[in-house]
Design a protein around this ligand. Structure first.
Ligand SMILES: Cc1cc2nc3c(=O)[nH]c(=O)nc-3n(C[C@H](O)[C@H](O)[C@H](O)COP(=O)(O)OP(=O)(O)OC[C@H]3O[C@@H](n4cnc5c(N)ncnc54)[C@H](O)[C@@H]3O)c2cc1C
Ligand code: FES
Length: 371
């Protein structure tokens, strides 16, 4: 973002970010929009290039990972996560495929306003929703809507590598016009005899669609994938589709350790996006939370997260997903104890060093955090 106001939280470019040698973790810097392709109504793919004259990106990634991108919108810095849809074999660029949410703060900014040549502030790559062919000898990729993006990255990579395993690619959307990256899936299918594609459309009446109709069902899964329960499965899509599919997979005897999932965001919009009033009415009686950097303390409400309390107090902890996936809200806790329902974004080093996810953390005792 060339026009970003100065901020103490703006990340500096890390050492190596402008060199051709790969930096595989904790990269922060800028990428330049190289090209923009309209995929479906409201969905565009942005090819991002190094911001310098370097030929190669300053980081590498594993298929299924995502980038966190930051924008200044209406005077506020907003961060969101986007899965990389291109293959890691393409060292010159990454592609993000973004769906415009009708009332979304950042996705509308990206889809409506971003132009070729713009600089984007980005960090990553991050995420554990990965598959590179070493984890299992076959894979079942189940997705809906824009949840297709990490699946396309995985399929592109495995196809380019002539991976010997079977790839079962199961996807659902409303109509053929909503099939994001549909041409790419067809191209991969022609190139890869090990790629088995099953697509079902939920609102295909009058569209000429000749394939399966309706949602993903037990029958569709068992007809497409032999021995489903013994295979590695990756699932990504809107929450209701994920919940329904998880229930079917459990019924079909898929052990939890065979299933990897990624949810793309919270059910409710972020307060800043929705203009939700942040001040609860009743006085808080929970543990005391001290934000040491800001020299502020307050008691927390029952069921409130550290992130929500920080927003009430006007303390700027960055966030993106608010569901424990992206890691943008990591803060260091210097004393006390918290419960965290989801800890997907924390690795062993984080846990050993007292790092918590503010969007998940609910204090069990008085705590102090560096924020
Ligand atoms: C790991 C990960 C990977 C992701 N990958 C992708 C990807 O590849 N492609 C992609 O498109 N997205 C992806 N997402 C989702 C993305 O990060 C954003 O959540 C999404 O673009 C919406 O952001 P936004 O700022 O536009 O919406 P927000 O402003 O954050 O709003 C969130 C939702 O609330 C709705 N909303 C906002 N305001 C209101 C209101 N006043 N009343 C009612 N509803 C409202 C919006 O329409 C939107 O659906 C990913 C998310 C995660 C966590
Ligand atoms: S905001 Fe994404 S993990 Fe907390």
């Amino acid at each position: 973002m060339s026009d970003a106001p100065p901020t103490k939280t703006a990340p500096p470019a890390v050492s190596g970010a402008t060199s051709a040698s790969p930096v595989t973790a904790n990269w922060r810097g800028h990428l330049r929009v190289g090209s923009i392709v309209a995929e479906t109504p409201g969905v565009k793919t942005f090819r991002l290039l190094p911001s310098s004259s370097d030929r190669f990106l300053p980081f590498t990634f594993v298929p299924g990972q995502f980038l966190n991108v930051a924008f200044w919108i209406g005077g506020a810095r907003m961060i969101r996560s986007y899965s990389i849809s291109s293959s890691p074999t393409r060292r010159e660029y990454v592609e993000l495929t973004v769906k415009r949410e009708p009332r979304g703060a950042v996705s509308r900014h990206i889809v409506d306003l971003l132009k070729v040549g713009d600089l984007i502030e980005a960090a990553g790559p991050v995420g554990k929703f990965t598959f590179d062919g070493t984890e299992a000898d076959s894979v079942v990729l189940i997705s809906a809507g824009v949840g297709i993006t990490p699946m396309v990255s995985v399929t592109r990579y495995l196809t380019e590598r002539a991976w010997a395993g079977d790839i079962f690619f199961i996807f659902t959307c409303r109509t053929p016009a909503d099939f994001i990256l549909g041409n790419e899936v067809a191209t991969l299918q022609r190139a890869n005899p090990k790629l088995h594609v099953a697509v079902t459309m939920t609102r295909s009446e009058g569209t000429g669609w000749k394939g399966p109709r309706g949602r993903i069902t037990k029958e569709l899964l068992t007809q497409t994938v032999p021995d489903l329960a013994s295979r590695r499965i990756q699932l990504c899509g809107p929450l209701p589709m994920m919940e329904a599919t998880k229930a079917i997979l459990a019924e079909l005897g898929v052990p939890p350790e065979n299933l990897k999932t990624e949810q793309f965001g919270a059910v409710k919009p972020a307060p800043a996006a929705a203009g939700i009033a942040l001040k609860p009415t009743a006085p808080a009686t929970g543990p005391l939370v001290t934000f040491s950097t800001n020299n502020k303390s307050a008691r927390i409400h029952a069921d409130q997260t550290v992130l929500e309390l920080s927003e009430e107090l006007g303390i700027g902890i960055d966030f993106s997903c608010r569901i424990g996936t992206c890691g943008v809200c990591k803060v260091k806790m210097t004393s006390g104890e918290v419960d965290q329902a989801v800890q997907d974004a924390l690795d062993d080093d984080d846990k050993a060093n007292g790092i918590i996810l503010a969007c998940q953390a609910k204090p069990k005792s008085d705590i102090a955090v560096e924020a």
